[in-house]
Design a protein. Structure first.
Lengths: 245, 325
């Protein structure tokens, strides 16, 4: 089975998010970038599904050369080979279009993404890719098993889950539960240096969205402390002042 | 032109987040002086459908095709796109629910539309520019996104728009579409719903527990507090990682982001990744024995104390309050 895992390069989760140029640019200064946590889960599952010589795992990223450490990390974790499409990821549509171009000439049995990227949080790439390739997609998948030519998927819904069967090829957005992130070992790190990473130039495509500016949430006011022996006071404040109960 | 709102149902009923999306779509339609068509797919009875008018729909389309009784991402996306074309919709609105996140990207490709997922405010239309504010960086920031396409898709974050009723009748019409066999590849085997509980993304009040609660056996008081408040329960990441609670309850940057009216954090330190998912809550209450815990920096109200003593007293106080009002 050949699996493609789409990976994105995102600010570390401890990053305090700030902006420059009149709040029009993300301030990447001093920011550590990591493999998107959900993509780590997707990658871990792909490696499990191909264990024992049962196929290979390709990772793909749309990004400039600065994302290569993250791609190498994915190779160290256990991907077989990697593709980088050389362009700034303008938006989810741009990213998806590039990946779809690659997949059209290099078909895969299964394509995994993360449920969302933790920077622009679109949850869009999986669905757009499914649509562009005219194959099924499932978003927010918490369990994924493959038997022969068929996937069994558990999809998150509000207050529960759905169990689905879907024939391959399929695009699935991996969430917690699908697998556990794998930590690269020494052998993985050594071999990652020599595993193939091919770079492809991006194709032109019209995009439909543009980030104009950013805002940071309004600072919250001072905390009002209530004595530990007087929770009734808290209830009163929540009722009369905050009006939330 | 018109505006189309897709109203997803859960077991034949519309949730509050769907009515929020209808009200939002009504306001979007009003911005352009146009009409709002609601689209429902699956088995929803006439009474329930009529409720959509109460929130502002001018016309209600219902799709009762037996092949579409259950949610099928691909097929539903096709039906919504077809309805948008039939109605000449320039803007398609849906809820950014778990299903909505699967639909919006597919619809946007079908309609060559720009898409804003996780919108938190009405669009602004200035000098021919159409912009929408959405969450970004997992709740650490917002992005203002301009959509430049003729057709636009907006998926609204639950709990970010107020429900207002309008008195207004609307006619209900059957809408029938042919479904391609290739859209029906996904087969639903089972739906599992924990029906007795409030679902976390939709909840007005959320009671959340962290590692300070020491172990899963201590969640009884969290459940009880949630019960008296009609709240959903949530937890921090280490709690779900340890298997004390299901992953679906994990809030934060790598869990779900929520924006309830009231978030009560108990035994949660307030790590940056946790705060990312909860900082758009309207009111935050923290109960923590450490006065230096970062959660107090974002909380509106706080109690410094031992949760095992404070929470039972709080439950008693709420019961007393409920008995009075
Ligand atoms: C990549 C990555 C992603 C992450 N994503 C998330 C995420 O999405 N969501 C998330 O929550 N975390 C996330 N984390 C973890 C995060 O960094 C913190 O470790 C986590 O939020 C801490 O959980 P906690 O507050 O329950 O536990 P702790 O930090 O251990 O805090 C426990 C708190 O309980 C208090 N306490 C102890 N006993 C009592 C008592 N008897 N009464 C009252 N208070 C008491 C303590 O004072 C302390 O403040 C992520 C981490 C990484 C590395
Ligand atoms: N630049 C990118 N290159 C490759 N894959 C990406 C890129 N951006 C996002 N993805 C994939 O799409 C998923 C969802 O991203 P998003 O739609 O931005 O939330 C991520 O978890 C990745 O798997």
């Amino acid at each position: 089975m050949n699996i493609l895992v789409c990976i994105s390069n995102v600010p570390d989760t401890t990053t305090k998010i700030t902006f420059t140029d009149n709040n029009t640019q993300f301030n990447a200064n001093g920011v550590q970038f990591i493999l998107n946590p959900y993509d780590e889960i997707a990658l871990a599952r792909a490696i499990e599904l191909t264990e024992g010589g049962n196929g290979k795992v390709t990772v793909i990223n749309v990004g400039d050369a600065s994302t290569e450490p993250t791609i190498r990390k994915a190779l160290a974790i256990g991907a077989t080979d990697a593709v980088r499409i050389n362009a700034k990821p303008h938006d989810a549509w741009f990213v998806t279009y590039q990946i779809a171009q690659f997949v059209k000439s290099n078909p895969f049995d299964l394509i995994l993404t993360g449920r969302e990227s933790i920077d622009y949080n679109g949850s869009k790439v999986a669905g757009m890719l499914g649509e562009l390739l005219d194959i099924p997609s499932a978003s927010i998948v918490k369990k994924l098993d493959i038997e022969g030519n068929q996937a069994t998927v558990e999809r998150e819904i509000e207050g529960g889950k759905e169990v689905l069967t879907i024939p391959l090829p399929l695009v699935a957005g991996a969430a917690e539960g699908v697998s556990e992130p794998k930590i690269p070992n020494m052998r993985g790190i050594m071999s990652a240096r020599t595993k193939p990473l091919i770079v492809i130039e991006a194709v032109d495509v019209k995009t439909n969205s543009e980030i104009i500016s950013y805002e940071t949430p309004a600072p919250r006011g001072q905390v009002e402390l209530i004595g530990a022996d007087d929770p009734a006071k808290l209830v009163e404040l929540l009722h009369t002042k905050a009006r939330v109960i | 032109m018109s505006v189309l709102i897709y109203t997803e149902n859960a077991g034949g009923k519309f949730k509050k987040s769907i009515f929020e999306a209808v009200c939002y779509a009504r306001a979007v339609a009003d911005q352009s002086n146009t009409t709002l068509t609601a689209l429902s797919i699956g088995n929803v009875n006439t009474d329930e459908l009529s409720a959509l008018a109460k929130y502002g729909a001018d016309k209600i389309l219902t799709v009762t095709n037996s092949q579409l009784k259950n949610f099928i991402n691909q097929a539903y996306a096709s039906v919504i796109a077809e309805a948008a074309k039939k109605e000449g919709a320039a803007i398609v609105v849906l809820s950014n629910s778990f299903s909505g996140r699967g639909l919006a990207p597919r619809i946007s490709v079908k309609l060559d539309a720009g898409v804003v997922d996780g919108a938190v405010a009405l669009p602004e239309q200035n000098g021919g520019r159409f912009t929408v504010k959405k969450t970004a960086f997992s709740g650490k920031a917002f992005a203002i996104v301009e959509l430049t396409s003729a057709v636009k898709v907006i998926a609204l974050t639950p709990n970010s728009y107020k429900v207002v009723e309008v008195a207004k009748p609307a006619k209900i019409e059957e809408f029938s579409v042919d479904i391609k066999a290739s859209d029906l590849k996904t087969i639903l085997k089972e739906i599992v719903r924990s029906s007795d509980k409030v679902s976390l993304p939709d909840a007005d009040i959320v009671v959340s527990g962290g590692r300070g609660l020491k172990g899963p056996e201590n969640w009884e008081m969290i459940e009880e507090l949630a019960g008296v408040l009609g709240a959903a329960t949530a937890c921090s990441k280490p709690v779900s990682d340890a298997g004390w609670r299901p992953h679906s309850e994990h809030v934060g940057q790598t869990g779900i982001a929520i924006s309830p009216n009231l978030y009560i954090a108990i035994g949660i330190s307030g790590a940056i990744q946790h705060l990312a998912g909860i900082s758009s809550s309207k009111v935050i209450v923290a109960i923590n024995k450490d006065p230096e815990a970062p959660i107090f920096k974002v909380a509106d109200y706080g109690i410094v104390g031992d949760a095992f003593e404070v929470v039972p007293k709080l439950i008693a106080a709420i019961k007393e309050h409920k008995a009075l009002v």
